[in-house]
Design a protein around this ligand. Sequence first.
Ligand code: ADE
Length: 244
Amino acid sequence: MIGIISAMQEEIQALLNELEHITTTKKGMREYYSGTLFNKNVVLVFSRWGKVASAATTTQLINDFNVEEIIFTGVAGGIKETLNIGDVVIGKHLYQHDLDARPFYNQFEIPILKNKYVATKNPKNLLKATEQFIGTYGDFISKTEANAFNITTPKAILGDIASGDQFISSIEKIKFLNDLLPSTTCVEMEGASVAQVCFEYSVPFSIIRIISDKANDNATIDFSRFANSIASNYALGILKNYFA
Ligand code: ADE
């Protein structure tokens, strides 16, 4: 069984539409949809926003659904100049940018784990699947939708991701992240907590982040439009190739 998490219903909707033989289980105020997607046994769930919600969901998936792998898919704010709306980051290292227990631990250090980040295991397979999807993205995203966001030739990269319980929409915060965690490519609110739980339970995990905004003044507008209309179709296209 493969667990697939998103933070919002919108980010998972296209997957839900394709899911067959569905059984629904309700736990902890969340619905877990088990079934088959592209002939794989999966359980889909939207965790809601933030690190606590996604950590609780991840723990539930591991303990009650016996998942052997977890994939998180959703949108993120790009903080590198070279990243455009519609590009995809496949997570390499996951940081919690709001974790700061100084003077007891170093800034960003996860207490006891002695590390500032958790690394994903085989991101290259997912990167390859994402590149394959990008080659055919017109099958999943309409021209009108792509044009609305000026998506012409999206790219996929492996990159470090910073998570925190904050929606980032300011140049100052981007600067903070660039100064202190310079390898960060994009920001979101769940990946690093999923990563920490998966690490603690020795479950392999991957993070797919589709750039919906540039974490700047315009972020709230870009984010909402993108998450509603495009994000889950990307996830569908990427996973179709990943599961093939
Ligand atoms: N998810 C998508 N865009 C984001 C942003 N700008 N900040 C945090 N999480 C996000």
